[in-house]
Design a protein around this ligand. Structure first.
Ligand SMILES: Cc1cc2nc3c(=O)[nH]c(=O)nc-3n(C[C@H](O)[C@H](O)[C@H](O)COP(=O)(O)O)c2cc1C
Length: 238
């Protein structure tokens, strides 16, 4: 029996998110699971109480080391990220025997980037972003349909039928201000590959982020939220 199926490169790559992005691309290509870009997002409120939920990773940018996801800024996660702009994510591809963990700092995506992504969503999703006060209580399923129908009326649209293939009525639905992207700026990344006989392979990369001031004066060359130090990497015992 081979001692291992696959292991991380040795020596470890200088930065980890290129490999993570290639794993995501491979998971997408191989169609081994319906939502290969699903990831668990953990946040915590100001008291330190953690919460977690599944969301979709829409982009991994190895340079500058950022993951992007989209949600409602007023949702529970949105409120927690407002109080405590730090988060951790986990992606897991069971069939590929790989796991990615990222911890870091959170900022809103630019309005232009959120607008551009919102415009790619189907009309039901765009309507839903206006209709749903994500994470707020609602008395019944019927009330939820009513809220969607009321929102459709506001946009002079028919209430969306349950058929997801219903043709786009072609109405412009702008992005609601409470909905958009977040950038998770990685401060720590761990890549994990399952080994045989439980001798898994793990490595952790860390770096230091320095907040750029709002006017970009700390790093005038980059219109970015953070300046990043170099990655340092180490293998971990399984
Ligand atoms: C596969 C899957 C993908 C999801 N993707 C998203 C997403 O990209 N954005 C989002 O806001 N919620 C997404 N959700 C719903 C979230 O899990 C969650 O119910 C919602 O965001 C409210 O979370 P909160 O109350 O903690 O803010 C997804 C759920 C599943 C199961």
């Amino acid at each position: 029996m081979a001692w291992h199926r696959e292991h991380l490169p040795d020596p470890l790559p200088a930065e980890p998110l290129g490999l993570a992005a290639s794993w995501l691309a491979e998971a997408t290509r191989s169609q081994t699971q319906p939502n290969p870009n699903a990831m668990v997002l953990a946040t915590a409120d100001a008291s330190g109480q953690p919460s977690a939920r599944v969301i979709l990773c829409k982009q991994i940018r190895p340079e500058p080391g950022v993951l992007t996801f989209y949600t409602n800024y007023h949702s529970r996660k949105g409120r927690e990220l407002q109080e405590n702009p730090r988060a951790a994510i986990v992606m897991h591809w069971d069939q590929l025997h790989r796991q990615v963990r990222v911890e870091g700092r959170i900022v809103h995506s630019s309005a232009a980037e959120s607008d551009a992504y919102f415009a790619t969503r189907n009309w039901q999703s765009r309507l839903g972003a206006w209709a749903s006060q994500q994470s707020e209580p609602i008395a019944s399923r019927a009330d939820l349909y009513k809220a969607v129908a009321r929102t459709a009326l506001r946009f002079a649209l028919p209430a969306p039928p349950p058929d997801e293939q219903a043709p786009d009525p072609g109405q412009k639905i702008a992005r609601p201000p409470h909905w958009g992207g977040y950038e998770l700026w990685a401060e720590a990344v761990e890549l994990w590959v399952e080994g045989s006989a439980r001798i898994h392979d793990r490595a952790r990369w860390t770096r230091t982020l320095t907040a750029n001031s709002a006017d970009g004066s700390a790093n005038p060359a980059a219109n970015a939220a953070f300046g990043a130090g170099p990655w340092s990497a180490t293998r971990l015992q399984p």
